[in-house]
Ligand binder design. Structure first.
Ligand code: FAD
Ligand code: FO1
Length: 468
């Protein structure tokens, strides 16, 4: 099927099914944006070629892993913008309440959909949703990698050991895949099969009431949700912070992009960010350091989750790491905390507590601190299994960018040496890389960080701290 979208981004998930004469439906999930979205562009192209309408649907699950009202708020406000933008291009947006497959298959039936388009996502929950939908689907389904610059399935056909092994495979393909985007066209009505324009605008209040999530994790106000706000955060990063990005390992320096929530919800395209970074006149060293994280580290995380479905478990760790952690399973833990003590930043370590408070108060812990934070959870829990559970639970409850391949991979790197190598052996960690507060103090002012996030008994979730 010739298309202006690179064909290697597209994988037909079921074979043998003939396309129907009805409209094209893009089941939006990973990439919640109208601009720079290869899955949406492909669906629009299909609709125009077949002269049928284009519909877009988002199936809202009442719960999603450990998401709370904090993350659902960010997601829903972003979707409201998607609905408005799609309507301008004669594309109908459906918000379906309930997890797939039922919420999706009902719409496929109702609209007599002729072809289904989905967006690539390595997460287990998404693979299950797609498997259940495909079991009942009688029409073709095309999965499009709209999240990665080099499609995950193209970069490598196996789990990569480390950044150093995947980097050349990605760099070799950037010229072919890091291209600019066509604009999303207005899609004509087509030859009249069921139009969606009789679909009233989404009643977002009813949607909000349908949620069954924890409402105690307050929304944050220092980042505005949605594609337009995300584009502004990118602009402001390019202007004011990118040139200082070599200070990225100093949590007091506030030089990170703050793009991860927008990338996680797909409100901003990583490919768009990369194009803007390449175009920037800021120092090459800063731009390269940033692209290493945005492209190599992020797409390494996708590779890990896709090829290792135990990405959130100890048995997903490399053999050397599982062995060394087993050798030290019985080592005495100097401190032991349960998830409640961790969640309320009630440990003996003011630095760790500050990192936890940054996460609960702002919804976004600094990248450098996430490594220290996760490694101490390994040190202060009875087993690596419990450490994984606690780290993932807290990360996915409080982080705006949580419930993401980057998170499972970052936690597996910290606790289980994934993509890392063996270090000098020590109690509890074995050969897993160790980090200490004194090590942090050699890199940045620990006291400044503690003061910033750990004013005496500030109420949890208080927003007294505002990021820039
Ligand atoms: P910037 O430094 O501005 O980076 C820009 C983008 O590059 C990020 O948004 C991200 O897409 C990518 N990136 C940067 N660092 C990494 C990395 N180490 N691995 C993969 N991609 C990276 N990231 C999440 O998106 N969600 C998570 O839940 C998450 N949990 C983490 C837990 C632990 C224990 C660790 C060690 C890392 C985790 N990360 C997670 C990765 C990284 O810390 C964040 O992506 C980053 O701090 C987000 O802030 P930023 O966009 O301002 O970062
Ligand atoms: N994707 C969906 O298709 N439906 C949902 O209801 C949904 C809820 C949700 C809540 C929090 C969150 O962080 C992500 C959520 N996602 C949902 C998935 C998300 O859009 C991303 O695709 C994955 O989390 C990243 O791979």
């Amino acid at each position: 099927m010739s298309t202006s979208i690179h064909p290697a981004r597209i994988t037909q998930l079921n074979h043998g099914a003939e396309p129907g004469a009805g409209p094209v439906l893009y089941w939006m999930s990973r990439d919640q944006r109208t601009q720079d979205n290869w899955a949406l562009l492909f669906a629009a192209e299909l609709a125009m070629k077949r002269n049928v309408p284009l519909h877009v649907a988002f199936c809202l699950a009442p719960t999603f892993l450990d998401a709370t009202i904090r993350q659902y708020g960010f997601l829903l406000k972003g979707l409201a913008e998607v609905e408005t933008e799609l309507r301008k291009r004669n594309i109908t947006f459906h918000l379906r309440l309930g997890a797939p497959p039922a919420s999706l298959l009902g719409l496929v039936q109702e609209l007599q959909v002729g072809i289904l388009v989905t967006d690539f996502d390595p997460m287990r929950i998404k693979l299950h949703w797609k498997k259940d939908v495909l079991a009942e689907l009688r029409i073709p389904c095309h999965d499009v990698d709209a999240h990665n610059i080099v499609p995950c399935l193209v970069t490598s056909n196996k789990q990569e050991y480390a950044a150093r092994t995947i980097r050349p495979k990605i760099h070799r393909l950037l010229d072919e895949y890091l291209t600019s985007f066509p604009d999303l066209p207005t899609v004509p009505n087509g030859n009249g099969s069921r139009r969606g324009d009789s679909v009233p605008p989404v009643d977002w209040d009813t949607v909000w009431k349908s949620l069954r999530v924890d409402t105690n994790v307050a929304a944050i106000d220092w980042l505005k949700p949605g594609a337009q706000a995300g584009a502004k955060v990118l602009e402001e990063f390019l202007e004011h912070r990118l040139e200082h990005y070599e200070q990225r390992n100093n949590p007091n320096a506030q030089v990170l992009s703050n793009l991860s929530p927008y990338l996680h919800f797909g409100q901003v395209s990583a490919q768009r960010v990369a194009l803007e970074i390449m175009r920037s006149d800021k120092p090459a060293a800063s731009r390269e350091a940033f692209l290493e994280e945005l492209i190599v580290r992020r797409e390494l995380a996708e590779n890990f989750c896709w090829y290792n479905q135990a990405y959130d478990r100890v048995d997903g760790f490399p053999d050397w790491a599982r062995k060394t952690l087993n050798d030290h399973r019985r080592d005495k833990r100097p401190y032991r905390y349960d998830i409640k003590e961790f969640a309320t930043a009630a440990t003996h370590d003011p630095l760790w507590n500050a990192a936890q408070r940054e996460m609960t108060q702002t919804g976004k812990m600094h990248g450098y601190m996430r490594m220290y934070w996760a490694k101490k959870i390994l040190e202060w829990t009875p087993s690596p299994e419990e450490a994984m559970e606690v780290a993932i639970r807290l990360n996915d409850t409080y982080e705006l960018d949580g419930r993401d391949p980057n998170g499972y991979t970052g936690i597996a790197w910290s606790i289980g040496g994934v993509h890392d190598r063996p270090w000098f052996e020590r109690p509890i960690f074995g050969k897993i890389r160790f980090m200490s507060a004194s090590g942090c103090a050699r890199k940045f002012s620990v006291q400044d960080y503690i003061d910033r996030y750990c004013l005496d008994n500030c109420p949890p979730n208080s927003n007294h701290v505002h990021k820039q």
